[in-house]
Design a protein around this ligand. Sequence first.
Ligand code: BES
Ligand code: MN
Ligand code: ZN
Length: 497
Amino acid sequence: MQFDTWKGKATDITADCVVIGTFEDGTLAPDAAAIDRACDGRITRLIKRGDFNCKLAMTFMLSELDGVKSPRVLLVGLGPRADFGRKPWRKATAAALLHVGRTQARSVALALPRPAARDLDDQLFGRATAELAGAALYKINDLKSAKKPKPPMLDTIVVAAAQAAALKKIKEGFAQGVASAAGAVAMRNLANLPGNVCTPSYIAKQFEALAKQHKSITTKVLGLEEIKREKMGCFLAVTQGSDEPPRFVVVEHKHPRAKKAPTVLVGKGITFDTGGISLKDPPAMDEMKFDMSGAAAVLGAFTTIGALNLPLNVVGLVPTCENMPSGRAIKPGDIVTSASGQTVEILNTDAEGRLILCDALHYARRFDPEVVIDMATLTGAIVIALGSHHTGVFANDDALAHDLVKSGVRADDRAWQMPLTEEYGEQLKSNFADFANVAGRDGGSITAAAFLGKFTKGMKWAHMDIAGTSYAGGKEKGSTGRPMALLTDFLVRRAAR
Ligand code: BES
Ligand code: MN
Ligand code: ZN
C-alpha cells in the first residue's frame, strides 16, 4: 500500500476517489462542505431528501460532481457529531475503505475529520489508517473452485498534508501499519486453512519461507527425534496419538543495534484439537482448526518484525502438533515428565495446549530472555469470562501485563488483565504427580495460566489467552488477525526504548 498526501481544497484532489464525512444531524465535515459548495449543494439536498441518513459507517457513492476534480466522491456517515472520536473514525474509515476496495479506484483520498490528537496521535493515525486498509482489502485464501475474484485495485491512500514534523510521524506510522497489516494477513491466511492442509510440517515450512525473505531472520525446525532429545515429555504426550509428525519451530530475528536479551514469543500450534480421548462434542468442532492461532500470530509477528527490521532481538518458539484420539493416544490419568523435570498427571487430554506450551516455555530459558510472551487459544473459559472483545492477559510481572494492556488500548485491539495469584496454582494438586493439568471448571482460564506459571518461574512472563479474540465463529467464521495490532504496538515501542 502506497502513501501520499493532498493539500489545498478537497475539490482539487486528483485521487480516483475522495472520502468525505457527514454527521447524523445533517451537517457536513469541513472538506465535505467545500465539495458541497462546489456542486451547488447537491450533497445537502441529498441528505435533506432522506436518501442518506449519515448513520455511522453508512456509505454512498457519488460520481462526476460539478466542480470536483476526482471522479468519485464517497459519502461516509460519521454518526452523531457529539460522539465523534477515535472509535467512530475507525468504523467510518473501515467502511469507506471496504466500499472503495470494491470499485476500480486505485487511489483514495481520505478527507475525513481526524480524532483529537490525545486520542490518536500522528503516528497512531498513520498506523491505524494502513491497518484499516489492510483489513478492508483482506480476502480469505479460499479453496472454492469457482473462478477467483480479481484482487482489489486500490493501492494508494492519500491523507491530508501536515507540517513537516507531523507528516514524518504519520509516514512512519503508515509504514508500521503496512507491516502490521502484512503480519495480520500472514496470520489470517495460515489460521484460515483447514487442518488437512495446515499440518505441523506446513506451519514449519511457512517459517522457513519467511526466513528466506529476510536476512535478519533464521529458523531451526526440530522433528520428533530432536523433540525427544529435548525431553519434552508433555509435548510428546500430546502428539503421540497422531499420525501427523510434530514440529518445534525456533525462529530468530537479530538486529546489530539491539540489546542482547531477546523478547521471546511462544505460540500454541495445535493444528486440530479433537480433545483426544477426552473427545470434544461435535458442535463447531471444525473451529478447532483455529487452535494454531497462537502459532499463526508468531508467524504474523515475524512478518511484521522482518518487514520493519526492528532493532530488537526476538525469538519465536512454536510447538505444533495435532491432538487426536487413537490407540496410541494419552489417556486420562497418564503421568508424563516435562522438559523442566516436573511431572504432570494428565487428567483431561483436552487440556493439551498447556502441555505443549510448558515445554516450549522451558525451552525459552536458554535464551536468557528479557520477557517471554505466549499466545494461545488456551481455554473456553476465557470466552465465558471476556467474550470476544478482550484478549485475556496473565503475567507474573504487573509492569509487563500493563504494557500489553496499554498496547491493546493504543492499537484498538483490547486486552484485559486477569488475576494470577497463588491460590489458583494450588488448585492443580495431584495425588500422584507434581501437579495435574486441570483443576475443574471454576476459574478455568486462570488455572490454565497458573499451570504455565509453574514453568516460567524466574523469567518475566505473560500469557495471552486469545481463544475469544483470534477468530470468529458463525456467519463471520474466520481468523480475525488479533492480536497482531497489539503486538505491533508492543514491539515498536520496545524497539524505540
Ligand atoms: N483449544 C481449546 C480451548 C478453546 C475452546 C479454544 C473453545 C477456543 C474455543 C483447549 O485446548 C481446550 O480444549 N481447553 C479446555 C480445557 C479444559 C479441558 C480444562 C476447555 O476450555 O474446555
Ligand atoms: Mn483442547
Ligand atoms: Zn486446544
